[in-house]
Design a protein around this ligand. Structure first.
Ligand SMILES: NC(=O)c1ccc[n+]([C@@H]2O[C@H](COP(=O)([O-])OP(=O)(O)OC[C@H]3O[C@@H](n4cnc5c(N)ncnc54)[C@H](OP(=O)(O)O)[C@@H]3O)[C@@H](O)[C@H]2O)c1
Length: 246
C-alpha cells in the first residue's frame, strides 16, 4: 500500500510519514520550501524501515496545474496510491477588521483550495481502483477562533468538502474523513500562536497534557488501514477532550 502526504517535511506531516513507513507502506510526501527538512524526514523514515519506498517532491498546494502533473508522476512512480493525506497548511493571524486580502487569500487557497486540488487530482485513480482514502487535517479552530477568521473558515470549509466527498464517492469505495488536531507543538504553533496557549491548554484539556504529532499520526493511519474502512464522513478530534479554541 502507498500513501501521498502533503507537508511531510516537518511537524505533524513528518510524524504521519514515519507512522506509515513503520507500518510498511510506501510513502510519497511533499515539502514546499524546506528541502533539508524533507531529507531529514527520509533519513528518519529509513532508520525505521530500511526497505521503505519513500520519495519526496516539491509542491506548493496553491498551484493546481503543478498538483495535477505531480499526481500523475506519483501514480506513475508507485503504480497504486491508496490514500491521500492533506496536511499542509499555513496560518496568517489577524483581527478580522485588520485582515488584508493577501492574508485571507493565502490561507484560504493553501488550506482549502489546496486540499481540493490534491483530491481532484487523485480521484479518478481512486475511482478506477474502486478504493481510496482521503484524510483532511483540520483544527479546533474549525468551530471559530479569535484572530483566525481566515484559518477557521478554511478548516470549517474542509468539513463541508469532506462530507460531500463521503457521500459522492462512498459508493465508489472511497472514504473521506477529517482529523481535527488539538494542540501539538510544531513550527506552526511556535511561530504563530499566543505564548500563553500552553498554559490555556494545560488548564482546560481534560487529559491535562498537550498532544503529540504521533497522537495524530496514529488516527490518520487507522483511518487509512483496513480497520478504518467503515468510517466515512466523520470529523474526529484528537484533542484529549478539549473541544474548543479560545
Ligand atoms: N500544530 C498544531 O497544534 C495544529 C493544531 C491544529 C491543526 N493543525 C494542522 O495540522 C497540520 C500540520 O501542522 P503543523 O503544525 O505540523 O505545521 P508546520 O510545522 O508548519 O508544517 C507545515 C507543513 O506544510 C508545508 N507547507 C506550508 N505551506 C505549503 C504550501 N503552500 N504548499 C505545500 N506545502 C506547504 C510545510 O512545508 P515546508 O516546511 O517545506 O515549507 C510543512 O511541511 C496543518 O493542517 C495544521 O493546520 C496543527
Amino acid at each position: 500500500m502507498n500513501v501521498f502526504i502533503t507537508g511531510g517535511s516537518r511537524g505533524i506531516g513528518r510524524a504521519v510519514v514515519l507512522k506509515f513507513v513503520k507500518e510498511g507502506w510506501g510513502c510519497a510526501f511533499t515539502y514546499a520550501r524546506d528541502k533539508e527538512a524533507a531529507e531529514e524526514t527520509v533519513k528518519l523514515a529509513s532508520g525505521l524501515n530500511e526497505k521503505a519506498d519513500i520519495r519526496f517532491y516539491r509542491l506548493d498546494v496553491k498551484e493546481p496545474e503543478r498538483i495535477e502533473s505531480l499526481a500523475d508522476k506519483v501514480i506513475e512512480d508507485y503504480e497504486n496510491i491508496r490514500a491521500v493525506v492533506n496536511n499542509a497548511a499555513v496560518v496568517r493571524n489577524n483581527a478580522a477588521v485588520l485582515m488584508s486580502n493577501e492574508e485571507w487569500e493565502e490561507v484560504l487557497t493553501t488550506n482549502l483550495s489546496g486540499p481540493f486540488y490534491v483530491i481532484r487530482s487523485f480521484l479518478m485513480h481512486f475511482v478506477s481502483n474502486k478504493a481510496g482514502r482521503i484524510i483532511n487535517i483540520s483544527s479546533l479552530a474549525q468551530d471559530g477562533c479569535s484572530g483566525q477568521v481566515n484559518y477557521a473558515a478554511s478548516k470549517a470549509g474542509l468539513i463541508g468538502l469532506t462530507r460531500t466527498l463521503a457521500k459522492e464517492y462512498g459508493p465508489k469505495g472511497i472514504t473521506s474523513n477529517v482529523v481535527t488536531v488539538g494542540y501539538v507543538p510544531t513550527r506552526m504553533t511556535e511561530e504563530n500562536l499566543a505564548a500563553n496557549l500552553h498554559e490555556f491548554w494545560m488548564k482546560h484539556c481534560p487529559l491535562k497534557r498537550i498532544g503529540s504529532a504521533e497522537d495524530i499520526a496514529n488516527l490518520v493511519y487507522y483511518l487509512c488501514s483496513d480497520q478504518g474502512g467503515f468510517i466515512n464522513g466523520e470529523v474526529i478530534r484528537v484533542s484529549g477532550g478539549l473541544t474548543y479554541a479560545p
